[in-house]
Structures are given as structure tokens and as C-alpha cells.
Design a protein around this ligand. Structure first.
Ligand SMILES: C[S@@+](CC[C@H](N)C(=O)[O-])C[C@H]1O[C@@H](n2cnc3c(N)ncnc32)[C@H](O)[C@@H]1O
Length: 217
């Protein structure tokens, strides 16, 4: 495993022959740098809406001699004039990711790589309602936290509520990280049920426990 860690490694694994990679919320810039170094993208733009992280990315890009290949851009979201075939948005909330996608011109985009830190259902609902289908998903644990990484291409899909939350392909694979996450959540909910004082709360927790158990049956 590289210094990038399993979360960004999973996202890199979902890149496919990008002519141009737009990394929105690039921060340190390492995702775009590694994509270029590994030959997964020919050129890239590293976008951030804050000068300090963009400055860091610019320094890192220059330090590895990629200043002519990765263009740093200070912008909120994906500027409409950036015409890249692959867009990565990693480490932002699921609602923010959906808002960035909704405001962007995605006409030349063929692949999205998304890593919602929270509210993954909001990102998947946006994909479902805007002509994208999931082609790969990963569920990884990094420094005690769990992350979902999604790859989507143009197409259609219909998801259930559970699939929006956890991902149809994650639910199909039910890898050890996912099983460990569900086991931990079950333990928390069962503890809550044990100490719940009113019947409504107890019923709600029982319903959620049953739904979670169903996911790893
Ligand atoms: C938590 S960091 C994630 C960095 C990197 N993508 C990763 O996954 O490791 C989020 C970065 O996104 C930037 N950001 C937040 N909202 C943004 C927006 N609307 N447009 C562009 N960048 C944004 C922040 O300034 C920050 O540098």
C-alpha cells in the first residue's frame, strides 16, 4: 500500500485511461499527482476553492516536476469551462458532491469517481436521477473510519433505500470491512435498545436493527 492509504488507492483503482482528470477538492493534490505518475491520466486539473490548500497542491505538483501536466485552479466546484472526461470528487460530503455535480456541465464526462465522506445516499440519488449508473464501489477502512468510493458512468439504474445508503455493489460484495462496520453499528443500536426508555424509541431501534441484520444475512 502506498502513502495514499486505502481510501485514495481505491479511488485510483477506479480510474481508467483518463485523457483529462478533474480533481475537485484537490487539497494536497496527491490524487492527481499519483494518477499522472501511474499513467492513469494524461493530464489533470487540481481544483480547490481555498487558496491555502491550492497553494499546497501547487507546491507538491511543482516538487514532482508535473507543473506542465497538472493545472491548479482556484474555483468553487467544477468550472463549466473545464472539459475533462473524468471527474473525481473525494472527501467531501455527499450533499456537497451532488450540488457540485448539479451545477457542472458534464456533457463530455464519461466517468465519475466519488468519495462521499457522509450522506452517501444523497450522492447516489443524484446519480440515479441524472443519468448515471454505478459500475464499481469500494468499502474501505482507514485509520478507524469507514469510507465508500463509487465509480459511475452514463446510464440508468434504480436503487432501493438500502442500496442508496450502502451501495448495490458494496451490498453484493459484503467485504470484511463492511461486515465489521455493520457489526459495530448493530452493537451500538442493540446497546441503545437495551437502555431505551420509551416504546416508540425501542420500536424504532428494533426496526433499524432488523434492517441492518438483513444486509449481512
Ligand atoms: C477533506 S479535503 C479532501 C481532499 C482530497 N480530495 C482527499 O480526498 O484526500 C476537502 C477539500 O475540498 C475543498 N473544497 C470544499 N468544498 C469545495 C468546493 N465547493 N469546490 C472546490 N473545493 C472544495 C476543501 O478546501 C478541501 O481542500
Amino acid at each position: 500500500m502506498s502513502d495514499l492509504g486505502p481510501r485514495l488507492e481505491s479511488a485510483l483503482a477506479f480510474l481508467q485511461d483518463a485523457n483529462c482528470l478533474a480533481d475537485v477538492g484537490a487539497d494536497h493534490g496527491f490524487f492527481a499527482i499519483e494518477a499522472i505518475k501511474r499513467g492513469l491520466a494524461k493530464r489533470a486539473v487540481a481544483i480547490d476553492d481555498k487558496p491555502a490548500p491550492l497553494g499546497r497542491a501547487t507546491e507538491h505538483i511543482a516538487a514532482v516536476g508535473l507543473a506542465g501536466v497538472i493545472l491548479p485552479i482556484l474555483a468553487d466546484g467544477l468550472p463549466r469551462e473545464v472539459a475533462c472526461d473524468t471527474v473525481a470528487i473525494l472527501g467531501l460530503g455527499g450533499i456537497t458532491i451532488a450540488e457540485i455535480l448539479g451545477a457542472a456541465d458534464l456533457s463530455v464526462v464519461t466517468r465519475l469517481i466519488l468519495g462521499p465522506q457522509s450522506e452517501p445516499a444523497a450522492t447516489r440519488l443524484w446519480l440515479e436521477q441524472n443519468g448515471f449508473k454505478l459500475v464499481a464501489e469500494a468499502f474501505v477502512r482507514e485509520r478507524g473510519k469507514h469510507y465508500q468510493i463509487l465509480a459511475a458512468v452514463k446510464g440508468t439504474m434504480t436503487l432501493s433505500e438500502a442500496e442508496r445508503e450502502f451501495g448495490p455493489l458494496i451490498l453484493e460484495a459484503r467485504n470484511p470491512a463492511f461486515r465489521a462496520y455493520v457489526a459495530k453499528r448493530l452493537h451500538q443500536l442493540e446497546n441503545g435498545r437495551k437502555h431505551a426508555l420509551d416504546a416508540v424509541r425501542k420500536d424504532d431501534l428494533e426496526r433499524r436493527i432488523a434492517a441492518l441484520k438483513e444486509l449481512i444475512r
